[in-house]
Design a binder for this molecule. Structure first.
Ligand code: LMR
Length: 329
C-alpha cells in the first residue's frame, strides 16, 4: 500500500495518515542524551521533520533529547531490547559492543573530519560498520560532533607532565582511559549528564569534550582552563534496532536511508559551524583561559601517545591503523 514514486521525494498515500493511531502508523522512538541546540540534537529534529513530511505522517520519528527517556549508558541496552528504535551514541560508547571501534579514539588519528569520513567510507570503515549488525544494531549513518578539547580547573594543561595525578571523566572506551593514564592521570567513566555536577563538587578535576558539548553544558562556568588540543574525534553512529529495521517495508527503508544521507551531509556542516560558534563564545566570555599548543608542544603530546597505537595493534592487528588516511597520505 505504499508506493515509492520514482523521481519524486515523497511517498504517495491515499489516506491522511495523520488521522491514524500510533498502532496504525510506524513510530520510531529516537532517544539521545544531548541538548537540542547541538549537532546531534538539531540533526535528530531535522531527520524527524523530513521523514514525517515525506511519508505524509505515516512514519513518525519521536525525538527524546537530554537523556529524558534513557540515560547515557542505558540507551544502548534499551535499543538492543527494542524498547526504543533509534539512538546516536558516540562511537566511543559502542566500543563495548565492537571493541575495534576504539581505533576512532586513538589520539591524533585524524587530522580533520574529512579524514574521518574518508576512513569510514573505505573498506575498513565499512567493515567496522558491518560489525554492528550481528550485535543487533543497524547502522544508518555517521554524524560528526567534532574534535575534543581538554578542560581543567587548577592549572593550564600544556606539557604532558601537567596531567600528572589529575582525575578526568572519560567516555567508556579503554583507549581513552589509557590516553590519560599514560600521562600519569586518573580517569573515571561517567555519563555525560553527570559531568557538570562532578566538576562542581570537585570529584573530578577535568574532562575532554568538543566545544559544542562544553558550551551546551556550561562547563566553562566550572573550569578555569581550556586547552585547544583537537586530540581526538567525537562522532556518532546512528543506529536502529536491527530486527525493527528488517521488519520495515522496503520503501520505508529506502525513505529512511535517503533522508539519512541528506541529513548527514547537512549535519556535518552544522557540526562544524556550531563548534566554531561555541569556540568564539568561549573565547569572548572572559570566563575560561584558552590555551593553544605550539607545534613542539603538540609533538610532545603525539610522542607520548605513540604507545597507544602499539597497544591497539597488539589487540586488533595493524590493518585498522595502517589504513588511517594520515599514514596513506
Ligand atoms: C559524551 O559522553 O561526552 C558525549 O558522548 C556526549 C555526546 O553524545 O555528544
Amino acid at each position: 500500500f505504499l508506493t515509492l514514486l520514482t523521481g519524486c521525494n515523497s511517498l504517495d498515500y491515499t489516506e491522511d495518515h495523520e488521522q491514524l493511531s500510533e498502532e496504525e502508523r510506524i513510530i520510531i522512538r529516537f532517544s539521545h542524551i544531548v541538548g537540542e541546540n547541538t549537532p546531534k540534537g538539531l540533526a535528530a529534529r531535522k531527520f524527524a521533520k523530513i521523514v514525517k513530511e515525506r511519508s505524509n505522517g505515516f512514519v513518525e520519528v519521536q525525538v527524546f533529547p537530554n537523556g529524558f527517556l534513557y540515560k547515557d549508558g542505558e540507551e544502548i541496552s534499551a535499543l538492543k531490547k527494542g524498547d526504543i528504535q533509534m539512538i546516536a551514541p558516540a562511537t566511543s560508547k559502542m566500543t563495548n559492543e565492537v571493541p575495534e571501534w576504539q581505533v576512532m579514539d586513538l589520539p591524533f588519528a585524524f587530522r580533520d573530519v574529512e579524514d574521518v569520513h574518508t576512513y569510514l567510507s573505505g573498506s575498513i570503515g565499512r567493515n567496522l560498520l558491518a560489525q554492528f549488525e550481528p550485535k543487533g544494531f543497524y547502522p544508518l549513518g555517521v554524524w560528526d560532533n567534532g574534535f575534543k578539547q581538554i578542560t581543567n580547573e587548577s592549572h593550564p594543561l600544556i606539557k604532558t607532565s601537567d596531567f600528572k595525578d589529575l582525575k578526568f571523566r572519560v567516555m567508556p572506551s579503554p583507549i581513552i582511559a589509557s590516553q590519560f593514564e599514560i600521562l600519569g592521570a586518573n580517569v573515571q567513566s561517567n555519563s555525560f549528564n553527570e559531568v557538570y555536577q562532578l566538576l562542581g563538587n570537585g570529584r573530578i578535576d577535568g574532562q575532554e569534550n568538543t566545544f559544542s558539548n562544553i558550551h551546551s553544558k556550561n562547563l566553562q562556568s566550572l573550569q578555569s582552563h581550556l586547552t585547544v588540543s583537537n586530540h581526538g574525534y567525537l562522532g556518532y553512529v546512528v543506529l536502529m534496532n536491527n530486527s525493527f529495521w528488517n521488519d520495515l517495508p522496503k520503501d520505508i527503508q529506502i525513505l529512511l536511508h535517503e533522508t539519512m544521507v541528506e541529513v548527514s551531509k547537512w549535519e556535518i556542516k552544522i557540526a562544524e559551524e556550531l563548534n566554531e560558534n561555541n569556540f568564539q563564545s568561549l573565547e569572548n566570555c572572559d570566563c575560561i583561559a584558552i590555551h593553544h599548543l605550539s607545534v613542539d608542544q603538540k609533538k610532545q603530546w603525539e610522542d607520548a601517545f605513540k604507545p597507544l597505537y602499539q597497544q591497539f595493534e597488539n589487540r586488533f592487528g595493524s590493518d585498522y591503523i595502517k589504513t588511517l588516511p594520515k599514514y596513506e597520505g
